[in-house]
Design a protein around this ligand. Structure first.
Ligand code: FE2
Length: 377
């Protein structure tokens, strides 16, 4: 049974939070062709060119393109030669999230605090400077090879980070209404969920706000367990999934096999108009998981009156769920790289603060149909 174990306080006391975080700073994806990936995020998902670092800025081993949409910044990084750690990462995991960067007021304090509380170091605090000021960044490991960087930018007013220059281009497709990172989900190995829940509690000061066991998230064939971790002010939410015993191989097992380890499963991005955003995404070639159209026959019975036109939701495949505080609309893309690993969720919250529990079964059955086609169920 799922229970709210520890709700986010309504009044946030920053002074009492030993790890204050202002929000998601950027997400860095290691990929084999950052230049083409940037084109995909612009063309298909409405991101805008922001910054660039590579040979022209003095780097010799890697190249990064930064694309942005409202508060979301993606850094797409590829190696420029063989034998790099980035190249090894891509060889092992395929394209995937390497860094979730967290915006803090003091990256040295954040690092020292995390280290004292048992974190594993990725990068000691480093000050970087250019004519626009200075930043401090530091980093610790989380699950798998995934990293949390702490970014302090109060003394910086450049376009992104020192070392990057503005990326100007004549190709600027319209944004599609994506606004901020709502949550980001990690898949961890069997038996490891509580270890990482404890890590986020002890090292990062997060609280476990929701728990789902295999009775909540199961179909006839597969099951998984999930716990949602939130930081003090609720701006950072990291659900953590673990596979559970089932008759067949679950989507989390499939992910762990193809990613060859633990890592980020999906990035949920928020919009204020899911119908418009999803219509644009579909017109630009993004493919989504679809549930049977019978889902919509009982939708109003299940979630009550909603503002949206149900025929539009049905046409686009958008899912709806309700909790005590309101409702939410959500939809999931198919994996966005060759391996069946990372995907995106598009979410619009209308009061609801939960994660779409009422859609889990229909959704996982849709994923199983995809797994069946891939021969990985
Ligand atoms: Fe999600």
């Amino acid at each position: 049974m799922s229970t709210i174990t520890n709700a986010i306080p309504k009044i946030y006391d920053k002074a009492a939070d030993f790890m204050p975080i202002n929000g998601t700073d950027y997400i860095e994806i290691y990929c084999s062709n950052a230049k083409q990936a940037a084109h995909f995020y612009k063309s298909a998902m409405g991101f805008q060119s922001l910054a660039y670092a590579g040979l022209e800025t003095g780097l010799r081993d890697r190249e990064s393109y930064v694309v942005a949409q409202d508060k979301i910044r993606l850094v797409l990084t590829s190696p420029l030669k063989s034998g790099t750690d980035i190249g090894r990462h891509i060889d092992q995991h395929g394209d995937g999230v390497k860094v979730t960067a967290l915006w803090v007021d003091d990256a040295t304090y954040a690092y020292n605090t995390a280290m004292e509380r048992g974190a594993t170091s990725y990068m000691k605090p480093v000050t970087e400077e250019d004519e626009h000021g200075k930043t401090v960044r530091s980093g610790i490991y989380t699950y798998g090879e995934t990293v949390h960087m702490f970014v302090e930018r109060k003394d910086y007013n450049g376009i992104f980070l020192p070392g990057f220059r503005e990326w100007k281009t004549s190709y600027n497709p319209e944004p599609i209404g994506l606004k901020y990172v709502d949550h980001m989900v990690g898949n961890v190995a069997l038996g490891r969920m509580n270890y990482w829940v404890n890590f986020y509690e002890e090292v990062m000061g997060f609280v476990n706000i929701l728990s789902f066991d295999d009775n909540d998230i199961s179909t006839e064939y597969t099951a998984l367990m999930s716990k949602v971790m939130s930081n003090g002010n609720g701006r950072i939410k990291f659900p953590i999934n673990e596979p559970a015993e089932g008759l067949k191989k679950s989507q989390v097992d499939e992910y762990l096999e193809f990613y060859e380890g633990e890592g980020v499963q999906h990035i949920a991005v928020a919009t204020d108009d899911v119908v418009k955003t999803v219509r644009l995404l579909q017109a630009r070639g993004i493919e989504f998981l679809r549930v049977p159209t019978t889902y919509y026959d009982v939708l109003e019975e299940r979630v009550g009156k909603i503002d949206e036109d149900i025929d539009s939701l049905k046409e686009l495949g958008i899912l709806v769920d309700r909790d005590d505080e309101g409702y939410l609309l959500q939809i999931f893309t198919k994996p966005i790289e060759p391996r069946p690993t990372m995907f995106f969720e598009i979410i619009q919250r209308k009061g609801a603060t939960s994660f779409g529990k009422g859609n889990f079964k229909a959704l996982f059955e849709a994923i199983e149909r995809e797994q069946e086609l891939r021969g990985t169920l």
